[in-house]
Design a protein around this ligand. Structure first.
Ligand code: UDP
Length: 463
């Protein structure tokens, strides 16, 4: 009888990733988990991304979809941000529709036919291509299950916005939500219609995909996952997609996800962190997309300095001009500002005492999995809901309240103090350590997420 590993190596999965950092990291890590089980994986994304040729294991190969040249040529100044996003989304859809069938055909002709497509849930059109080729399809959601449940309620008309009551609870969400805690595209209707369409479009996956994967774990989002699974049994939590070495010190796998759109200042960050005392540093980052106003940047700069704590602040190169003048050199004594950092290594560093975060889903999961308490400063999209869960459901952080749309320096300073040294800090740290343990439990052999991945792999090996 053929050995299981040999059967696995003949099985070819194609993983189609939307070209944004917050989508690349979890899907690439999931690809590595499939490859670790012996499955051949081809990762596909657009060629705006500098792809490696293949991974260390040789089991992951990379392919890019050529980009359609921008028909518009010169940047149209009359275009709003929403218009630009709309053009970008349509471009990606057109690229995938044109090139994905060719990739499937090429692989089949090369004697490596693709048997399953794992595709980013914001590209449900990819599933139709897979279906035409007679291939199975698994949608991969890069947001929390709670957020997807909210989008689902909106899509089904079971949740009306603004919420009728000042407070409202949903069957899948075990905490009281106010309108402002909902994802921004819903709460601020009309802000980004193209993105609202995109997130609601994900609902098409629920009925058609063969599997629905969430980057989460059962104990973290128990209510949302079980409610959603009661409606759609193919829902499986397969996270956190954090490299295993951070969850279990015995494991010596990758220190990074492996495909970064930004160049991290690794040496400077780690050297600086090494020189600081245990738990003394505030790590601040707003992820790969957030676009903060100058006034907000100034409030953050002053809040960090006034907290008297050491801080490592990631300010992307495109945002640097918004820093208060001279702040970079003035703040040198207490802080280090870099354009990008190796976030996992930073969060895992013993000097880091808290994470001042925009609450992107990856950052949230990484902080929970590495046991780091948070100061939540959500900006847009799913971040307000993630922040609410951090504070009220997982109880590992505090949220900075906004005043007329801006989070002020006093509030930021107080929140940092509360998490770093205040009475509450002990409880927050204890809870963070608890989630770290549960994240590990989900991913180690026999854990809930590990079993779900194993079940996925076994299901096609038995066919
Ligand atoms: N990240 C990083 N270095 C940084 C900032 C962020 O490696 O300096 C990574 C982070 O670990 C996470 C991703 O970028 O995996 C950001 O994803 P998230 O969902 O948190 O936010 P987004 O960028 O999508 O808003």
């Amino acid at each position: 009888m053929e050995r299981k590993e040999e059967t696995a190596a003949k099985f070819h999965a194609l993983v189609l990733i939307f070209p944004l950092q917050g989508h690349i990291n979890p899907m690439l890590q999931f690809s590595k988990r499939l490859a670790a089980r012996g499955i051949k994986v081809t990762v596909v994304t657009t060629n705006s991304i500098n792809l490696p040729v293949e991974s260390r294991s040789n089991l992951i190969k990379f392919e890019s979809i050529p980009e359609i040249s921008n028909q518009e040529g010169e940047k149209d100044e009359k275009q709003t941000d929403n218009d630009r996003i709309d053009v970008f989304l349509k471009k990606i859809e057109a690229e995938v529709l044109e090139h994905l069938p060719m990739i499937f055909e090429r692989k089949a002709a090369a004697g490596e036919p693709v048997k399953v497509l794992v595709y980013d849930s914001v590209m449900p059109y990819a599933f139709d291509i897979a279906q035409k080729q007679g291939i199975l399809g698994a949608a991969f959601f890069t947001q929390s299950c709670t957020v997807c449940a909210i989008y689902h309620h909106i899509h089904q008309g079971t949740l009306k916005v603004p919420l009728e009551e000042p407070n409202s609870s949903l069957p899948s969400v075990p905490i009281i939500l106010e309108s402002k805690d909902l994802p921004s595209f819903i709460y601020e209707t009309g802000s980004y219609p193209a993105l609202l369409r995109l997130v609601l479009y994900q609902n098409l996956n629920f009925k058609k995909a063969d599997w629905l994967f969430f980057n989460s774990f059962d104990s973290l989002e128990h209510e949302a996952i079980s409610w959603m699974a009661s409606q759609y049994p193919m829902i499986k939590a397969i996270g956190p997609t954090v490299p295993s070495m951070y969850l279990d010190k015995q494991l010596q796998d990758d220190k990074a996800y492996g495909l970064s759109l930004f160049k991290p200042d690794t040496e400077a960050c780690l050297k600086w962190l090494d020189s600081k005392a245990v738990g003394s540093v505030v790590y601040a980052s707003f992820g790969s997309l957030a676009n903060l106003g100058e006034e907000q940047m100034e409030e953050i700069a002053r809040g960090l300095t006034n907290s008297q704590c050491y801080f490592l602040w990631v300010v992307r190169a495109s945002e640097e001009s918004k820093l208060p003048s001279n702040f970079k050199s003035e703040g040198e004594e207490k802080g280090l500002i870099v354009n990008w950092c190796p976030q996992l290594e930073v969060l895992a560093h013993q000097s880091v005492g808290c994470f001042l975060t925009h609450c992107g889903w990856n950052s949230t999961l990484e902080a929970l999995s590495l046991g780091v308490p948070m100061v939540a400063m959500p900006q847009w999209t799913d971040q307000p809901t993630n922040a609410k869960c951090i504070v009220d459901l997982w109880k590992t952080g505090v949220q900075v309240k906004a005043c007329e749309g801006v989070m002020r320096k006093e509030e930021i300073k107080m929140a940092i103090k509360e998490v770093m040294v205040g009475e509450k800090s002990v409880e927050l740290k204890k809870n963070a350590t608890w989630w770290k343990e549960l994240a590990k439990k989900a991913m180690i052999e026999g854990g809930s997420s590990d079993k779900n991945i194993e079940q996925f792999v076994s299901s096609f090996l038995s066919t």
